[in-house]
Design a protein. Structure first.
Length: 298
């Protein structure tokens, strides 16, 4: 089971700090944003302490680095040309930064059609990706499965497949499956995970799956809301998430946790990743996990 979590990259240590955080969770994979996910402000590559971070990762035998593009990128926007052009321009830069950091894949949300309709949104995403990807692109770009809130694109495997089919250099494309998003989009992970997996293979291909975002959901199936919950405490449940994490068909694919910090007293929050990783590796759910984290028993 290749498993890790999203970790922060900020302050003086930058990537070195992210590497230390991942090692502290007992992870063998990690996911970072190269800057704040809500904007495009980025430090120069020379200030990221990339080599120091990899030295730390290698000491702990962590080999899998996933990079996530910021949420502000919207290739599906057919209304505002400047937003679309920003998405194309910045996605190119993020691919360059991901390569410089030694990332194995860059994950991006497909985008939103902002009221123009799915067909127009997919047309714009294809147009953008054809401007971003060419024969010199070295880092695969993984389109993430989405929950379907608002005008999000990529809420079904079929929508993602339409994007794949329209992109000239789609050999550079991959997919990132998010368990919370798929559940919220209506896929029945709990009762028919094998069927979902088979459908994914038929429509896109399991060989295209580069990352699994492993998250529980606060919502009922099909709610189209995208609200993550801690492993085992949501509507998907521990047994299903463990089955997905241990799935033999995806054994070589990194699983990344994006579950929320656990709230405690005085607005203090605690990262759950060390304990969730251990719980998933053991295959045993601890219903008192959140309280134990807050009380410092773990």
């Amino acid at each position: 089971m290749i498993i890790g979590s999203h970790v922060g990259m900020s302050g003086k240590e930058m990537f070195l700090g992210a590497a230390k955080e991942a090692a502290g969770y007992g992870a063998d994979a990690l996911m970072i944003y190269t800057g704040a996910p809500q904007n495009t402000k980025r430090k120069p590559i020379e200030e990221l302490k990339i080599q120091e971070g990899w030295d730390e990762l290698h000491q702990h035998e962590i080999e899998h680095l996933i990079v996530h593009a910021p949420y502000i990128i919207n290739l599906g926007n057919g209304v505002k040309e400047d937003i679309f052009e920003l998405a194309v321009r910045f996605l190119r830069l993020e691919l360059e930064r991901s390569e410089a950091m030694g990332g194995e894949v860059l994950v991006v949300h497909p985008g939103a059609h902002v009221g123009e309709g799915v067909d127009r949104g997919i047309e714009r995403v294809i147009q953008g990706l054809n401007q971003v990807l060419d024969e010199t692109t070295t880092i695969p770009l993984a389109l993430e499965t989405m929950a379907g809130k608002g005008s999000e694109l990529g809420r079904s495997f079929e929508e993602l497949a339409r994007i794949f089919d329209g992109v000239k250099h789609n050999e550079r494309l991959r997919v990132c499956i998010d368990t919370c998003h798929m559940h919220d989009a209506g896929y029945d992970l709990c009762q028919d995970w094998e069927g979902v997996l088979q459908k994914l293979d038929q429509v896109i291909g399991l060989d295209r799956v580069a990352v699994v975002h492993l998250n529980d959901s606060k919502n009922l199936r099909g709610a189209a809301k995208d609200r993550h919950e801690n492993i085992g405490f949501g509507a998907i449940g521990f047994d299903t998430l463990y089955r997905i994490a241990a799935c033999s068909e995806l054994s070589t694919v990194p699983k990344i946790l994006e579950t929320p910090y656990v709230p405690g007293a005085a607005k203090k929050t605690f990262p759950p990743y060390k304990y969730e990783i251990a719980m998933l590796r053991s295959g045993v759910f601890d219903p008192a996990l959140k309280q134990k984290i807050v009380e410092g028993e773990l």
